[in-house]
Design a protein around this ligand. Sequence first.
Ligand code: PEP
Ligand code: MN
Length: 264
Amino acid sequence: IVSREVQPDNTVVHVRGLAIGGAAVQVIAGPCAVETAPQMQQAARLVREGGARLLRAGAFKPRTSPYSFQGLGVVGLDYLQEAARQQGLPVVSELMDIRLLDTFLEYDIDVIEIGARNMQNTDLLKEVGRINKPVILKRGLSATVSEWLMAAEYIAIGGNHNIIFCERGVRSFDPAARNTLDVTAIPLLKRETHLPVIVDPSHAGGKAWLVPALSCAALAAGADGLMLEVHPDPAQAWCDGDQALDGAAFGSLMAQLRPLAQVL
Ligand code: PEP
Ligand code: MN
């Protein structure tokens, strides 16, 4: 279903009137996690003022250590939606547990993110395949392109074809960066599938200063959008502060990207 052999024309995924996979590059931005209502409101304002059209934030976080902050849970979805509505932005949030799908629908989460750690959680994939909300399918930590395409097929087979691939860096031999952005995967996917492909340079690089270069590389390679971590005060962030852009850095990155592509 996801193969270009089946459908030669690009699929455009619509999110509340926004097109992902069309002529314009879409930018999704926001903090790694929902922390407090004021943090979320400040983040949403920075995201809108900087020119991104979608707000991201996790209320359920798949942390490496069970002793780390696990996300606020359902109240986080509430803070996220409240902040997003104030700014008129659709929201993206990660779903980790099938049992919470109805809650995500109840809170009207516009785009469901399947995180890297769940790329091959086939039961979760089948379940989000049965609804009609757009799904961002992040690449597994060490997943091959063909495994990733098959994971998307698990979603598509249920009838939901609103799937967006997100390259977020892969495990490599080199600990110099958090992950290694696989730029090659962008044109490979664009050739293999008609579905949109976006890039998350924040989790790929793991450092805020790497994000501009990786973002430019992603757009040059043909990505349909970016997902960026932006926080009002990265030094105080409850998770992933090292890779978060503050408002000023986000604003200057958006200015840097505008000449490279039609960034809305
Ligand atoms: C995220 O986007 O918040 C996240 C946890 O990313 P990944 O699943 O790519 O690690
Ligand atoms: Mn993060």
